[in-house]
Design a protein around this ligand. Structure first.
Ligand SMILES: Cc1ncc(COP(=O)(O)O)c(C=O)c1O
Length: 478
C-alpha cells in the first residue's frame, strides 16, 4: 500500500485534502508468540516484512531502556508528511514527529531533494569539521534566521549529533568562559540523557545544580498561578542569587527551555522569561536557551525566545535543524568564545546529509512562514481542545504554544495527575490511527507535536480521533 500524500509545493497546500481513514478500534497490537505470522507486506526494499517477528526480535534484543517502542508497537515501512504506514498495512497520523524533530513531517520533498543533491554530487559524506559548501550554506541559512542581535556577532560550534551533546557543549562553554562551575536550571526541565544534561534536568537523581521554580498555572509552586505565580518565581530566583547566605555561589550559567516539552508542555510566560534575562544579565550570568525542541517554528515563532523578545547568550539547537537527520550545534556570543583549539571536538560533527536537509528545512520554514502558520493553527487547536475540556472533567488543563500542545489528564475528584488514564488515551489514540506521546511530571500529559505542514483537515482529523479516544479511555480505565 502506498502512502498517498504527494509532493509538497507550499505551506498548507502540500498535502492533498485527505487523511488516512481511522483504523477501526481494536485491542493493542500484541507481539504474537513465535510462529504466528501475519501476512507480510512490502518493505522499503520491496522485500516482505513480518512485523510480529521484527517486534519480537526487538523485544528480545534491545535494552530494557527502550522507550517509544514499548507504547508504539509499530514497524514503520513508509512515511510521508503526517502519515506513517506500518508493515501491517495500517496507517497512522504521527503527532509525535520524531519527538518534535520533523518540522516538515516525514520525507518532505524538499528534504529528500536536498539529501539526494549531496548524494548525487559525489561530495564526501564524512569531513570531520572541515569547511564544505554544504556546511557553509547551512551556517548561512541558520545565521539568517537567528535573533538578529545574536546573529551579528555569533559563533557556532558543531557538536556531536544529538541535542544532549549540544547541551554538554553549552555547559562546558559557559564554565570555561566564566571560570565558574555552578549551574541554574529549572524544576521540570529536560535537557537530555548525557551526564551534564541529566544533572540539569528535573528528574536528576543527584542535585548538583541549583533548581529554580519554573512558573506554571495548574500546579504553581506558590499556589497562585498566572502572572503573580511567575513574578514570585522570578523573585525567588533573584533573592536566592543575591542572598550572601543563600548557598548559591555565582553560577556559570542559567539554562532554560522557552517551553518545557517533556516537563508537560509548559510555556514560559514572556514577562518571566524577560525577568530571567534581566536577572542573569545584571549579574553577568550567561543565559542558555535550550531550543532543541522549541526551535524552527514549532512554538509559533522561529525560536521560542522570540515571543518574549529575549536574546540569550547561548542557544542550543538540534532536532528540526537537521531536517530529520542528526545535527546539533550551539550558537553563542563571540565574547564567550574563549575555547582553545580542540577544547570541544568529536568525530561526527560534519554530517553533510543532515546539514543539507537542515538548510532545506530552515529555508522552507522561513519562506513559507510556517512559524506564523503554527501560531494560527495552534491557537485554533488549543481552542478546540479547551472546548473538549468543558465536557470532559478528566481534562485538567489544555496548554501549549504553536504546535506544541499538551492535554493534562487528571482525576476529576481530586485534581491529581492521572497517568494511567493518559496511557489509556495514548492507547485508544493508537487504536484509532493516531500517534501521540505522554509527558509531564507524572506522565499524565498527552502531547501533540504535529509537523508544521499540518493542514486544516489533518488538524481536524487529529482532534476528532483524540476527542473520540478520551471518553473511550475513561471507559477503559473504569
Ligand atoms: C529541550 C530538550 N533539550 C535536549 C533534548 C535532548 O535531545 P536528544 O534527545 O537529541 O539528545 C531534548 C530531547 O527531547 C529536549 O526536548
Amino acid at each position: 500500500m502506498a502512502v498517498t500524500e504527494p509532493a509538497a509545493a507550499a505551506a498548507g497546500t502540500e498535502i492533498p485534502p485527505q487523511v488516512p481513514p481511522p483504523v477501526p478500534p481494536q485491542a493493542a497490537p500484541q507481539v504474537p508468540p513465535q510462529g504466528n505470522r501475519a501476512p507480510a507486506t512490502g518493505g522499503p526494499g520491496g522485500g516482505s516484512v513480518v512485523p510480529e517477528g521484527i517486534l519480537r526480535r526487538q523485544a528480545q534484543r534491545e535494552s530494557a531502556a527502550r522507550t517509544y517502542a514499548r507504547s508504539l508497537p509499530i514497524v514503520p515501512v513508509r512515511a510521508r508528511g503526517l502519515t506513517i504506514e506500518g508493515a501491517d498495512g495500517r496507517r497512522y497520523l504521527d503527532c509525535l514527529s520524531g519527538a518534535g524533530t520533523l518540522a516538515l513531517g516525514h520525507n518532505h520533498p524538499v528534504v529528500l531533494e536536498a539529501i539526494r543533491g549531496v548524494l548525487d554530487s559525489g561530495a564526501p559524506l564524512h569531513v570531520l569539521d572541515l569547511a564544505t559548501p554544504v556546511k557553509d550554506a547551512f551556517t548561512t541559512e541558520l545565521f539568517a534566521n537567528l535573533p538578529p542581535a545574536l546573529a551579528t556577532d555569533a559563533r557556532i560550534q558543531f557538536c556531536g549529533p544529538a541535542g544532549t551533546d549540544a547541551v554538554e557543549a553549552a555547559l562546558k562553554l559557559v564554565r570555561t568562559a566564566t571560570g565558574r562551575s555552578g549551574l541554574l536550571a529549572f524544576t521540570g526541565a529536560y535537557h537530555g540523557m548525557s551526564a551534564g544534561a541529566l544533572d540539569a534536568s528535573g528528574g536528576a537523581p543527584e542535585v548538583r545544580v541549583t533548581r529554580l521554580p519554573y512558573p506554571q498555572d495548574l500546579r504553581c509552586p506558590f499556589g497562585v498561578g498566572g502572572p503573580e505565580g511567575a513574578e514570585l518565581s522570578a523573585r525567588w530566583t533573584e533573592n536566592l542569587l543575591d542572598d550572601p547566605k543563600g548557598g548559591v555561589p555565582a553560577p556559570a550559567g542559567m539554562i532554560v527551555e522557552p517551553v518545557q516539552g517533556e516537563g508537560g508542555v509548559l510555556p514560559a510566560p514572556d514577562a518571566w522569561l524577560r525577568r530571567m534575562r534581566e536577572i542573569t544579565e545584571a549579574r553577568g550570568i550567561p543565559l542558555i536557551a535550550d531550543e532543541v525542541q522549541t526551535g524552527v517554528g514549532r512554538t509559533g515563532a522561529f525560536w521560542g525566545v522570540d515571543h518574549a523578545g529575549v536574546v540569550p547568550d547561548v542557544m542550543v539547537l538540534s532536532k528540526a535543524i537537521g531536517g530529520s537527520l542528526p545535527l546539533a550545534v550551539i550558537v553563542y556570543r563571540a565574547d564567550l568564545d574563549v575555547w582553545t583549539p580542540g577544547a570541544h571536538a568529536g568525530t561526527f560533527r560534519g554530517n553533510q546529509l543532515a546539514m543539507a536537509a537542515g538548510t532545506a528545512t530552515l529555508a522552507f520554514v522561513r519562506e513559507n512562514r510556517l512559524a506564523e502558520r503554527a501560531a494560527v493553527l495552534g491557537e485554533r487547536m488549543l481552542a478546540a481542545l479547551q472546548g473538549l475540556a468543558c465536557s470532559h472533567p478528566c481534562i485538567g488543563d489544555v496548554r501549549g504554544r504553536g504546535l506544541m500542545i499538551g492535554v493534562e489528564l487528571v482525576d476529576p475528584d481530586t485534581g491529581a495527575a492521572a497517568p494511567a488514564l493518559a496511557a489509556a488515551v495514548r492507547q485508544e489514540c493508537l487504536d484509532r490511527g493516531l500517534i501521540v506521546e505522554l509527558g509531564g511530571r507524572h506522565g499524565a500529559v498527552v502531547r501533540l507535536l504535529p509537523p508544521l505542514t499540518l493542514t486544516d483537515e489533518q488538524a481536524a482529523a487529529v482532534l476528532d480521533r483524540l476527542a473520540d479516544a478520551i471518553p473511550a479511555a475513561v471507559r477503559r480505565t473504569h
